[in-house]
Design a binder for this molecule. Structure first.
Ligand code: SIN
Ligand code: CO
Length: 398
């Protein structure tokens, strides 16, 4: 996607302009972001998904002014004639190709930040109450109408003791009724409340926000894996190759340790040795990339891949792939020469063809990038096709 091409999706702004002026900063209302929008799933299909135990869902309703929340799966939902309830289905993108395709329209934002596509279905008056999210969100009206009220208030304290995050004081500054195809972007911490005006379906594209503690813990764990890997001499706990770095397999030595009258006291020299060992670990870009690549490509825990079937393998000799397509559940990221797929370090470097595949989520076999793929890359692709991570689209040879 060219960041300088104006998009109807962004009300005529280019992705570059949107990122500069709105992203993480201020709301944007786009009327007819997707003209003639047809939702990827029907209301009935969303409700049906909420019955599945491999799908994350929540039911939120209000009764006599009280908020209630229950987690799915739901054998039965409240009657469509009953007002004031909403069912929310999380990560629809991993369960449905057209939902994944819709989410891909937002890939002017790095995949590392994209989280999931959620769909809510509500009856008149339904909603999740006035709240704020800690991440950016695009709220796309899919069916029926919803009234959004929002504002960037400073006070964000919540009502205590509820299963839901509900703002104690909600001070909306703006109000809009959204029709199908309209979209509202809200930055993190923007207070908002969306109330269904009759039957309504809303699609939210949400983002992941790593917190500083998780980043620090992840780096420390990745460093610990490197130490284990080098001490073991082969590979890390998950089979990943160690990064270049110091060998930490020496033994502590203390010639000259004086006799002690306080045997229970930890020697200064041992404390210093512990500090020196850790100071030898390289907290560098390669380590950060290794940690982020494995962590950010970890598939959603509800993602189940369909392994390449035997018939496809038999057909392989008679059919040539025309292109490769990443499965909707596959996460593939790269940085420099490091390449990651579904939580693993790829057994091949991030050569141009594989970077093109990760960026476009597909690769034409007759393109320049594909023709220059190394043997290692071709072998890796075959392995990933087998695992169901990638699909080789074939045509019969003549
Ligand atoms: C909804 O779809 O009802 C809730 C979305 C949100 O407020 O983030
Ligand atoms: Co929200």
């Amino acid at each position: 996607m060219n960041p300088d091409t104006p998009l109807t999706l962004l009300g005529g702004l280019t992705p570059a302009q949107f990122m500069k002026t709105h992203w993480q900063r201020k709301p944007l209302l786009v009327r007819q972001a997707i003209p003639g929008f047809r939702p990827p799933l029907s209301v009935a299909a969303v409700k049906k998904m909420s019955r599945r135990d491999d799908v994350e869902s929540r039911l939120v309703w209000q009764e006599q002014g009280q908020w209630h929340m229950q987690r799915g799966p739901f054998a039965r939902l409240p009657s469509p004639a009953k007002p004031d309830w909403t069912v929310l289905v999380q990560s629809v993108d991993i369960h449905d190709d057209s939902a994944a395709a819709l989410m891909n329209q937002f890939r002017f934002i790095p995949d590392a930040r994209l989280d999931d596509l959620m769909i809510s279905v509500a009856t008149d008056g339904g909603g999740v109450g006035p709240h704020f999210d800690s991440y950016d969100v695009f709220l796309l009206q899919a069916h029926g109408r919803r009234r959004w009220r929002f504002g960037q208030q400073k006070r964000l304290d919540l009502i205590e003791g509820l299963a839901l995050k509900i703002l104690r004081n909600f001070e909306p500054e703006q109000e809009f009724d959204l029709e199908p195809g309209d979209m509202l972007y809200l930055p993190p911490q923007c207070a908002h409340d969306g109330i269904a005006l009759g039957d309504c379906m809303t699609i939210s594209i949400g983002f992941r926000v790593p917190d500083t503690a998780s980043l620090a813990r992840g780096m420390l764990e990745a460093a610990a894996d490197q130490v284990t890997a080098r001490a073991g001499g082969v590979s890390g706990p998950y089979g990943e190759p160690p990064l270049p770095g110091p060998t930490l397999n020496g033994l502590y030595k203390d010639p000259g340790q004086p006799a002690t009258a306080h045997p229970a006291q930890i020697p200064d020299r041992l404390a210093a040795a512990a500090l020196q060992s850790v100071a030898r670990i390289r907290f560098d870009e390669a380590l950060a990339t290794r940690f982020l690549g494995c962590w950010l490509t970890e598939p959603n825990q509800l993602a189940v891949f369909d392994h390449g079937d035997a018939q496809a393998a038999d057909d392989e000799e008679h059919a040539l792939p025309t292109h490769w397509v990443l499965d909707r559940r596959t996460r593939m990221l790269y940085r420099g020469t490091q390449l990651f797929i579904n939580g693993e370090v790829a057994p091949v470097r991030a050569e141009p063809g594989l970077r093109a595949l990760a960026d476009a989520r597909e690769l034409a076999a007759d393109g320049t990038a594909a023709r220059k793929l190394s043997q290692d890359a071709t072998d890796a692709l075959a392995e990933w096709v087998d695992a169901g991570w990638i699909h080789a689209i074939r045509r019969q040879s003549v």
